[in-house]
Write a protein that binds this ligand. Sequence first.
Ligand code: ZN
Length: 219
Amino acid sequence: MGKWSKKILDLIYPNLNLCVSCYEKIDDKFICHECMRDIKFNEDFNRVDFNDFHAYNACYYFGTMKNIIYNFKIHKDFRSGEYLSIILNSYIKKLNIKIDYLSYVPRDRNKIKKEGFDQSHYLTKTLSKSLDIPYIKLLYCIGKKHDQKKLDISERTVNIKDKFFINKHVDLSMLRNKKVLIIDDVATTYSTLNEVCGIIKKSTFEMDLSVLTIAKTLI
Ligand SMILES: [Zn+2]
């Protein structure tokens, strides 16, 4: 079902539940059984360690999960966003790690202006509410980034240099010795996350930095 047919159905039957991945009618709140079966959760809860941070990924990026992230980012389907934040919420609870603050990898501000929202900001704000953990806007992103998907690993590293900056309105001293969890959507090579966490670590007091992405690509 296309985006417009879904919008028309929403108008006629506002309480009709549609699967956040395939948009078929369902009895459950968010997702049909078939799409649910196709989601591969990272059930090992394994942690990837980098110099500046630890990384966790809730799921793997293919099939249903790819659809849901696409429906959220491109179609601005906030039910998909709500479902993703529920997945992140339960993953964080199962990880059982202490978190003092949440933050996120911001989208390029030209894109926010053009498309009207920042998906990681939305997810972090929603998570902050459901987990009762404060969130801070630690960074902002400027300039015209080339689409990362079209670049190889070395080009990706160059491409993101000098795009992210610390938000000067945040009182960084409050982060001393705190545990901060950064939320991002998809991890491929970790080049953006390495850059972002490097900037945060250089600019702030000693802190424990972790990252949680919704999904990790299989490459
Ligand atoms: Zn479905």
